[in-house]
Design a binder for this molecule. Structure first.
Ligand code: FEO
Ligand code: CA
Ligand code: CA
Ligand code: CA
Length: 620
């Protein structure tokens, strides 16, 4: 059991002590650090009365085995794996790699990622889940070496989103293949563009002269959900789906987003000219957005929300601020890219979801600039507005409209002086609504590439372990332009490194170490669940860290315990809970050996359900 901190002010002291005990250079606690207080009211109430821990399970050791391991007293079962039929009359999965595109449009997509549950009743819910990309090695019998037009359609159907109803029978959740909400959204589903970039010339193509009708979404990484019942899916590495056989003159903006006129590994451009940059150079501008989906209505048109900016979106952490404005925190997962915040123009109206449905259409986008002082792992920060005409976002600097600021949000962020980050992945908002956490997964370019200085929340050169930054907006007002930040943890390997930041912060030890934090999310009690997508070689700098895993952290004490280890080759990504928090849904993405069925079977990305044998709340 962890001893509870005695007084509120001890929290910031403890954070600093934790970071400094290994000999890191830390200044005295800044006034701003006082903002990180009282994260857990239950713990606070119990302060001084007894020893208390938010984490009430026995940690599991690291693993290199090809299965899922959870703590004693917990069990797992599978909800669905890539290829499982999700619509009535859909064919069963066939591992031979010869099923056609039509079959895949009726089956669960590949590479399960971010997901959300929308409760319908005590024993029925809708699950919306991203299918990030697809593995040709497993998708086709020819492994991608003999692509046909239908193979491209099949790959386009293996990505996107899967929406299914799930039902609880005998205490166990299961897929309802007949569910009315069941739906596949793929790289060919028609969508509407909304917000400042809708209809702009940069979004027009030969096939869509309106610049408002886009086909499809792909590389859907993580997610978000709204209090008005919609699902947010985030388009991340969209650039990899475009290519060309021709030598196309690409702009610096294409390059900033990684769009290259090469033979793309997915080969879509060979059969679908929408993805051929020589024919459709503006098509990439129609991707890299957050898309809002109504999971209840399988006929609804997904809406691309351009007010939230275009970059390689990881997730969308949304909350209603005390004053009613909707605030969305957004990471751009690329080495040296940025962290963003959207604030809606209008306010949330409880009970008026017809109006709330428009809240993400209009607002203000900001990007984070972290204040840094030499050798300090905490400080102040500022949100810089990305509005045309302000902060140098002018014609003289190459911006001609708000649409351009949104389409080229990365360039706008550079223009205003945003901090380059170590790959911002998921953002999670603590249920107290006062503290926000973001995983900075790793960054081999830190200290190597120009402009990526070793400082502030990115304190290590060639960072291959990652860290979690945390901030609190001034006066707990998420519309505030200022915040105070510190690091919740610095991942590292204390068995390989000593006396420097590569050992990790003091809440990291040989028993809970890991690398590359990625998916994070809070449960209702304020436990921080941390999923990893890192190096699983178990060698060298990563010796003793094993396969990718999921840990659980107490934001107040800093304690971190390993809760789950995944099978060979996978990353663990995507988490959501049943309404009663007694079933946790976790994604196992791209296992590489024989998970989940063992033997000689083909590996398949799978959503796993975790329950506690005594029927209790997960983690309790
Ligand atoms: Fe799809 Fe940045 O992970
Ligand atoms: Ca991720
Ligand atoms: Ca990752
Ligand atoms: Ca991934």
């Amino acid at each position: 059991m962890t001893k509870l901190i005695e007084k509120e002010s001890d929290f910031s002291k403890m954070v600093n002590a934790r970071l400094s005990r290994r000999g890191f250079l830390i200044g005295t606690a800044a006034a701003g650090a006082g903002a990180f207080l009282t994260l857990n009211p239950v713990a606070q109430a119990m302060s001084g009365m007894m020893e208390y821990s938010l984490l009430n399970f026995t940690a599991v050791p690291t693993s290199t085995s090809d299965n899922i391991i959870v703590p004693k007293g917990y069990s797992t079962s599978n909800l669905m794996s890539w290829g499982d039929p999700i619509l009535p009359n859909a064919p069963a999965f066939n591992a031979n790699g010869q099923q056609d595109s039509k079959a895949q449009t009726m089956q669960f997509g590949d590479n399960t990622d971010g997901m959300s549950i929308f409760p319908v009743s005590n024993d029925r819910a809708i699950l919306a889940v991203n299918n990030e990309y697809t593995n040709y090695k497993h998708l086709f019998d020819h492994q991608g070496k003999a692509m046909t037009a239908d193979d491209v359609k099949k790959a386009q159907a293996a990505v996107g989103i899967t929406i299914v109803e799930i039902v609880k029978k005998n205490g166990q959740w299961a897929l309802d293949q007949q569910g009315k909400a069941n739906r596949r959204i793929t790289a060919n589903t028609e969508m509407e563009v909304t917000g400042p970039a809708a209809g702009h010339d940069l979004l027009k193509t030969k096939a869509d002269l309106t610049g408002k009708k886009v086909l499809g979404t792909f590389n859907n990484c993580a997610n978000g959900e709204t209090p008005w019942g919609t699902y947010l899916t985030c388009e991340e590495n969209f650039n990899g789906f475009f290519g060309s056989e021709q030598d196309v003159a690409l702009t610096d903006d294409h390059k900033r987003y990684g769009v290259k006129a090469v033979q793309s590994k997915y080969q879509w451009h060979n059969f679908d000219e929408r993805f051929d940059l020589s024919k459709n150079p503006t098509e990439p501008n129609r991707h890299g957005w957050v898309v809002e989906i109504d999971p209840n209505d399988p006929t609804s048109t997904p809406l691309k929300r351009t007010a939230l900016g275009r970059f390689k979106h990881e997730n969308a952490a949304l909350m209603v601020n005390d004053d009613g404005h909707v605030v969305v925190y957004l990471g751009d997962d690329e080495r040296g890219e940025h962290l963003y915040k959207f604030v809606s123009k209008d306010k949330y109206q409880k009970g008026n979801n017809a109006a709330n449905r428009n809240l993400l259409e209009e607002g203000t986008l900001y990007v984070a600039k972290f204040g840094m002082e030499k050798d300090k792992l905490e400080g102040e920060g500022q949100w810089l507005e990305l509005t045309y005409g302000k902060n140098g976002l002018t014609k003289a600097n190459g911006f001609n409209s708000q649409a351009e600021v949104m389409i080229f949000a990365r360039r706008a962020a550079t223009q205003v002086g945003a901090t380059t980050m170590d790959r911002p992945e998921w953002v999670a908002i603590h249920p107290d609504k006062k503290h926000v956490f973001c995983t900075l997964t790793n960054n081999k370019n830190r200290g190597v590439k120009a402009g990526q200085d070793v400082e502030g929340p990115n304190p290590r050169a060639e960072n291959h372990y990652g860290q979690i930054v945390r901030w609190s907006p001034t006066k707990h007002d998420h519309t505030s332009d200022t915040f105070q930040w510190d690091l919740y943890l610095i991942a590292g390997n204390p068995t390989v490194h000593q006396g420097n930041l590569y050992a990790g912060s003091d809440n990291i030890n040989k028993d809970n170490m890991f690398n590359s934090p990625d998916g994070i999310g809070f449960d209702k009690a304020g436990r921080l669940w941390i999923q990893t997508d890192g190096n699983y070689s178990n060698e060298g700098d990563f010796a003793g860290q094993g396969n990718n895993q999921m840990l659980c952290g107490d934001p107040e004490t800093g304690e971190v315990r390993r809760f789950l280890t995944g099978p060979i080759g996978c990353e663990i990504t995507g988490l959501t809970f049943s309404e009663d928090q007694k079933t946790m849904f976790v994604g196992v993405q791209h296992p590489s050996a024989h998970y989940p069925h063992g033997g000689d079977s083909k590996p398949r990305s799978t959503i796993v359900m975790i329950t506690k044998d005594d029927g209790g709340i997960i983690g309790s």
